[in-house]
Design a protein around this ligand. Structure first.
Ligand SMILES: *[C@@H]1O[C@H](CO)[C@@H](O)[C@H](O)[C@H]1NC(C)=O
Length: 241
């Protein structure tokens, strides 16, 4: 009886713990520390190996693509990979790209930067401990984030607030995302005609699902929150998962 009780308590506690963190797949092999970014074109399935850059996250500044773990060329697909803790910039995408089951163990400056024009699909996978953003969208097009999990983040998605040649429209589609401990799920610049549509998603401790901003050009200060909501479609609150 006593053993059974302990087992039940143990199961309840591990259930709680699982709710706090991301269930990243077990790494295959040992961590691979790349001395330079790995540039991907075409489709690459990394078989759940874990990659980093062997450099601790010691700055919140955007250090550019030289600090990325993977750089995806236009049209590339990266799947089944874990981005380790010791890196600054995660995955940079130069145009249209697909990330499938890409997991971020501990986000530094941001996890995924969509830098070029074209549509980006982020399907499955997840990210945690992003003090700022998980997905940074600087290019133009639609970013779809589907079946992704985010735990402890400033924002899951933000259209660039103050880029050089900033403008839109940028669109973000969020489907079946699980979120926990997120300040803003998405942030869009409604003055550039950006749109967001959040559906099928669930979570807890998500302060705001969609926040509109007034985006600016680089050198003209920073973007500011606005009170309109017309460009935020779909869910405005999330049910618990
Ligand atoms: C938002 O997405 C849902 C689910 O895909 C869809 O049914 C709905 O029409 C979309 N809303 C807009 C305004 O695009």
């Amino acid at each position: 009886m006593r053993f059974q009780f302990a087992t039940i308590v143990g199961m309840a506690l591990s259930g709680l713990a699982a709710g706090q963190t991301l269930n990243i797949p077990t790494r295959v092999g040992s961590i691979v520390s790349l001395s330079a970014p790995s540039v991907i074109s075409g489709s690459k399935d990394m078989g759940n190996r874990e990659y980093d850059r062997g450099r601790a996250c010691d700055t919140d500044a955007d250090t550019g693509s030289a600090s990325a773990v993977f750089i995806l060329e236009n049209g590339a697909t990266l799947s089944n990979v874990i981005i380790g803790k010791n890196q600054l910039e995660g995955v940079h995408c130069k145009g249209s790209c697909t990330l499938r089951n890409v997991w971020f163990r501990d986000v530094c400056e941001d996890a995924i930067s969509a830098l070029g024009n074209g549509n980006v699909l982020i399907e499955g996978g997840g990210a945690q401990e992003a003090k700022d953003k998980v997905v940074q969208h600087n290019g133009r097009g639609t970013v779809t984030i589907r079946g992704f999990t985010v735990v402890n983040a400033g924002k899951l998605y933000r259209g660039c607030g103050d880029c050089t040649n900033n403008g839109g429209p940028r669109n973000v589609v969020i489907q079946n995302v699980r979120a926990k401990g997120v300040s803003e799920l998405v942030g869009i610049n409604s003055n550039f005609g950006d749109t967001a549509n959040v559906s099928g998603s669930c979570g807890s401790s998500v302060k705001k699902v969609c926040q509109e901003y007034k985006g600016v050009q680089k050198g003209q200060g920073s973007s500011s929150k606005v009170s309109t909501t017309a460009n935020c479609k779909g869910q405005t609150t999330l049910p618990s998962c």
